[in-house]
Design a protein around this ligand. Structure first.
Ligand code: KIV
Length: 321
């Protein structure tokens, strides 16, 4: 198992934290209650998480291909988002703006094949819904029909788009705060919602998205107090990323969570593994074995039984070394 090096050290989770009583066996602290864990996560079930008392926080991760989707689903996450972060963490762009609907669709289809339980959400790329409701509905329908998405996510305060998608039977996850598609409007990747005016307009936008029919709301990079206030007021669940612990759920980008992304991480990223450096070390070891003819071994190679003396030689070698 990977060790936690550098960065922030994860706190022990309740199930692994040592008991406080002296001498006796470790005591698990009470687990958050939930009335109902569905076999298959649906948008209406997610929507209900904000109003159910003592509901367990929702868990969402991004995924971009079949093995990542299988891994996330097997780990029991509730929601899998094919985020437009795809452009940065998988395709190597500096921001998300250039991602196309066809590129996103390719990855949504792969993730679809890897999921059984988690709800699949497709992130609508920049420019795929900005021309108005008709364009938004046309593109979202492609994600549902061709990609197998069960919901879409849109960035920014666009209640008219949420209403049009909802009328077209497509559940919408809203996304407010630091919306990376607004990079140039914001003048960089900056914390949003600071100061009374900004906080008030974010609160109003959140209300508008709920009233337009969004089934959930991602809050990215805003002060924790504001996220808590929005979460307390809304009837739909909030899912935070860099928005503190007061949201109804949390999301991390797959590559950040697993340490596949080794560039500078924002403060809200907690790395639970170091798969990027593990992979580099493994490939270095492979290269070294190849260069020193330690790979492949005889056991990793095939013999030809039709060459008569070979089995005899192999048997003798097994006996006498
Ligand atoms: O694109 C993405 O990965 C996202 C999440 C960070 C919410 O929008």
């Amino acid at each position: 198992m990977a060790t936690f090096q550098g960065g922030k050290t994860p706190q022990p989770s309740p199930s692994t934290a040592p008991g406080l009583s002296s001498g006796g066996p470790a005591q698990d602290p009470p687990k958050p209650k939930t009335r109902h864990q569905p076999k298959k996560v649906t948008a209406p079930w997610v929507r209900g998480r904000a109003v159910e008392a003592d509901a367990q926080p929702l868990v969402m991760v991004t995924a971009y291909d079949y093995p990542q989707a299988r891994t996330a689903d097997a780990a029991g996450v509730d929601l899998v988002l094919v985020g437009d972060s795809l452009a940065m963490v998988v395709l190597g762009h500096d921001d998300t703006l250039s991602l196309t609907v066809d590129e996103m669709l390719h990855h949504v289809k792969a993730v679809r094949r890897g999921l059984k339980r988690a709800l699949l959400i497709a992130d609508m790329p920049y420019g795929s819904f900005h021309l108005g409701e008709r364009q938004a509905v046309e593109n979202a329908i492609r994600f549902v029909k061709e990609g197998g998405a069960e919901a879409v996510k849109i960035e920014g305060a666009r209640p008219e788009v949420v209403a049009a998608l909802t009328a077209a039977e497509i559940p919408v996850m809203a996304h407010l705060g630091l919306t990376p598609q607004s990079l140039h409007q914001f003048g960089g990747f900056k914390v949003q919602g600071r100061g009374d005016d900004a906080a008030e307009s974010l609160l109003q936008a959140a209300r508008a998205m709920q009233e337009a029919g969004a089934f959930s709301l991602v809050l990215e990079c805003i002060p924790s107090d504001l996220a808590q206030q929005v979460s307390a007021e809304l009837r739909i669940p909030t899912i935070g990323i860099g928005a503190g612990v007061g949201c109804h759920g949390q999301v991390l980008v797959y590559h950040d969570l697993l340490g596949l992304e080794d560039r500078l991480a924002p403060r809200f990223v907690r790395r639970y593994a170091h798969q990027g450096s593990d992979a580099r070390q493994a490939i270095e070891a492979f290269a070294d074995d190849v260069r020193h003819r330690r790979f492949p071994s005889r056991d990793e190679s095939y013999a030809d039984p039709s060459r008569s003396n070979r089995p005899v030689v192999e048997t003798l070698e097994k006996i006498y070394g």
